[in-house]
Ligand binder design. Structure first.
Ligand code: CP
Ligand code: NVA
Length: 304
């Protein structure tokens, strides 16, 4: 059998495979809404390891696996041996001998890499400090549904150079768009990642200049999970980096804006935009379900 495939970053799939997965997600959403039976994986088990909180990720993976005919198992470090220091390598070997696919939300990206290296089944990164690739599948699906292909478009990231920003850098490469990142000094994404993608990714300090004629504007919280103690300092550093009506007036007239959620109204995004009748943010959240069902289907079939 071929080597086990994992989804730790968007770079684990080719641009063609990603496009196929987005198309499949759109198709599975249509099937689901039509009430089709999607139980193609009866008896298959998804292990879900969460070292950080989650609403969307947990609900979408658990509901998604049920809709595919399988079962999902929630595992937290608090009540497994993971929280008591059992090596990741040993945990991966044992857990993957009993389930068919694993998703992990944790702090260090090295944890998902180590787990995947010792797992006999596909491993999905459901957010680390460095990347959140599942969210990008949903975001790309949402853009395609509303505006068609994102290739050749301009995307503006406003805010922290965090796991989402870094995932957008990978997306710029894989989905072929220009990415402008508006962040305060000291809050840039990894210098290595910026350098490796300098042909299509740039830092533009002024958020209004960064948003000019953009087709998509994206933001996220100023303090991510694990950075709660920095909340106050970050509020100061990021003042002026809010996505609001004024900023969107500089973007293309049909520009979309997205936020992976949870959002802080009045901080990184205005209440007016969050509560606008025509926002696609709720589609973006729902698409986590459809995109990850397509992802699990792809990985489970690849591992047969
Ligand atoms: N966007 C996202 O991953 O949300 P949760 O933290 O609720 O899973
Ligand atoms: N950047 C945020 C994303 C949450 C889905 C965090 O890591 O907390």
């Amino acid at each position: 059998m071929a080597a086990t495939r994992h989804f730790l970053t968007l770079l684990d799939f080719s641009p063609e495979e990603l496009d196929t997965m987005i198309a499949r997600a759109i198709e599975m959403k249509r099937e689901h809404r039509a009430g089709a039976d999607q139980r193609r994986f009866p008896g298959q088990v998804l292990g879900m390891i969460f070292a950080k909180s989650s609403t969307r990720t947990r609900v979408s993976f658990e509901a998604g696996m049920a809709q595919l005919g399988g079962h999902a198992m929630f595992l937290s470090p608090n009540d497994t041996q993971l929280g008591r220091g059992e090596p990741i390598e040993d945990s991966a070997r044992v857990i993957s001998s009993m389930v068919d696919i694993v998703m992990i939300r944790t702090f260090g990206h090295d944890v998902v890499e180590t787990f995947a290296a010792h797992s006999s089944v596909p491993v999905i990164n459901a957010l680390t400090d460095d990347y959140h690739p599942c969210q990008l599948l949903a975001d790309m699906q949402t853009y395609v549904e509303h505006r068609g292909s994102i290739a050749g478009k301009v995307v503006t990231w406003v805010g922290d150079g965090n796991n989402m920003a870094q995932s957008y850098i990978n997306a710029a490469r894989q989905f072929d768009f220009e990415l402008r990142i508006a962040c305060p000094e000291g809050y840039e994404p990894s210098a290595h990642l910026l350098e490796a993608n300098r042909d299509r990714v740039s830092i533009v300090r002024d958020p209004l200049a960064a948003a000019r004629d953009a087709n998509l504007v994206v933001t996220d919280v100023w303090a991510s999970m694990g950075q709660e103690a920095e909340q106050k300092a970050r509020e100061t550093a990021f003042s002026g980096y809010q996505v609001n009506g004024e900023l969107m007036s500089h973007a293309a007239s049909d520009a979309l804006y997205m936020h992976c959620l949870p959002a802080h109204r009045g901080e990184e995004i205005s209440a007016e935009l969050m509560d606008a009748a025509d926002t696609v943010i709720w589609d973006e959240a729902e698409n986590r379900l459809h995109a990850q069902k397509a992802l699990m289907e792809t990985l489970l079939l690849a591992n047969r």
